[in-house]
Design a protein around this ligand. Structure first.
Ligand SMILES: *Cc1c(COP(=O)(O)O)cnc(C)c1O
Length: 441
């Protein structure tokens, strides 16, 4: 059999650090063959490369040695992930009592946890106070009074940041653009609402304002957008200093650093960002005569996306009257909603065997009862693809399992961790019994 060698190479911008193509057409991640993982744990299955996660953590820490790097747990969180993040010295963003419960279950240090969210419930806030998370990021006026009311007299004051909408356009998809004025997050800078939020927080004896926060969006490739946000936030730091004589020691510039999902895409590397961003912030602070604050950054996908690979089995291949070829797999929008939510694009690769030469463009469709349940519109897959084949989708470590649903009452896939030739179950596959347990009517 002739091997299609050039298609056999793996692009390490989108495949995990330890991924290797094997001579017999398989791919090994963390020293474990993907076809063995599908055999042992079934499919669909998410695979996470522990070493890749740790490597990304180290890249951020060495690019920003003086900054606090807080992993945005919403991208993907489980106990193992929380332990890796803690061991690598990162802080953690949580957005709910549920995410906090996972962090708490592995005793993630409370002094390294921030709680976010534009709609934190009283239960979320109570959970944050009871664990003693170091900072709560306030997002609306009623939350200031709600939190202040929950901080009882015998409790130490709660440290908070104020989330600011800096009016910066990150030039990204509207579903993940969070820096402008016309979206739901934060207090507007331009209209003076953010300055008013500062006054309100300072009037609450139970709250201690330690800094400001902004997050301009996700999948942002532009260094300039972050520089612009840094300058505007420095304006507000200076305004707070002028009005209240208060030096805020922290500035959280959020996450959203782009990662490539396809071979020809570009990400925003921490090393590319660090020098221009920190130089801009330093000089903005100098000009405005405010001390340089300690910077926090909150990468989510930039830590976990590349570490993940999802495996699917081909169920059927269908040729339509219009000439399109649909390849149906045993997963779909319930394990990866991003293509149907906002047109996110992914790659698919045959693993587990060699193909005979010759590829064609096909549409990889999920199993769910919606025409929009398509995982990849235009995948280049071998012409001899057949039912039973195993497909691997790369860069699925962020916003996959964490966004998974039970649509069509399909149980959610497991997450398997790989490292140094060994695999282990991190999250087990959901079962029909799990589904029925909740259905108590
Ligand atoms: C979602 C989010 C992040 C992480 O975004 P990524 O695109 O995954 O890096 C960071 N901070 C906040 C406040 C967020 O909402």
């Amino acid at each position: 059999m002739v091997l299609t060698r050039e298609r056999n190479t793996l692009d390490h911008a989108i495949w995990p650090a330890t991924a290797r193509a094997t001579p017999d057409g398989d791919v090994a991640v963390g020293g474990v063959r993907l076809s063995d993982i599908a055999e042992r744990y079934g499919s669909p299955v998410h695979v996470m490369d522990e070493l890749d996660v740790r490597q990304r953590c180290r890249e951020f820490r060495s690019a920003f040695p003086d900054a606090e790097i807080a992993y945005a747990g919403k991208a993907f969180l489980c106990r193992a992930m929380a332990r890796w993040i803690a061991e690598e010295g990162l802080a953690l963003d949580v957005c709910s009592a549920g995410e906090l419960a996972v962090a708490r279950s592995v005793r993630f240090p409370a002094e390294r946890i921030l709680m976010h969210g534009n709609g934190k419930t009283p239960e979320d806030l109570r959970a944050a106070l009871s664990y003693g998370v170091s900072r709560i990021v306030l997002d609306c006026a009623s939350e200031i009074t709600r939190l202040a009311a929950l901080v009882s007299a015998d409790r130490p004051a709660q440290r908070v940041l104020i989330r600011v909408a800096p009016g910066v356009d990150g030039h990204t998809h509207p579903a993940v653009a969070t820096g402008g004025e016309d979206q739901k997050f934060g207090f507007s800078l331009a209209s003076g609402v953010a300055a008013e939020a500062v006054r309100r927080v300072l009037a609450q004896p139970g709250l201690v304002l330690t800094g400001l926060h902004c997050h301009i969006g996700s999948q942002i490739t532009s260094v300039t957008a972050y520089q612009q946000a840094a300058r505007r936030m420095a304006d507000l730091l200076a305004a707070v200093q002028d009005e209240h004589g208060l030096v805020l020691p922290q500035l959280d510039l959020g996450g959203g650093f782009a990662v490539p999902y396809l071979r020809d895409q570009h990400g925003l590397d921490p090393l590319t960002l660090a020098e221009p961003l920190l130089t801009t912030l330093r000089s903005a602070c100098e000009v405005r005569r405010v001390p340089m604050p300690r910077v926090t950054l909150e990468p989510g996908r930039a830590i976990s996306a590349r570490a993940g690979v999802t495996l699917y089995r081909v169920l059927g291949i269908k040729h339509t009257a219009t000439g399109r070829v649909f390849v149906t797999v045993n997963g779909g929008m319930s394990d990866n909603p991003r293509p149907s939510l906002y047109g996110a694009r992914y790659s698919m690769r045959l693993v587990g065997r060699h193909a005979v030469p010759g590829h064609r463009s096909v549409t990889v469709a999920g199993r769910h009862c919606e025409a929009g349940d398509v995982l990849v519109e235009d995948a280049e897959l071998p012409a001899d693809l057949r039912p039973g084949d195993l497909l691997a989708s790369a860069s699925t470590g962020a916003y996959h399992h964490s966004m998974a649903s039970n649509y069509n009452l399909v149980p959610r896939p497991p997450v398997v961790g790989v490292r140094a030739g060994e695999s282990r179950l991190l999250i087990r596959r959901e079962t029909e019994t799990d589904l029925l347990l909740r259905d108590v009517g």
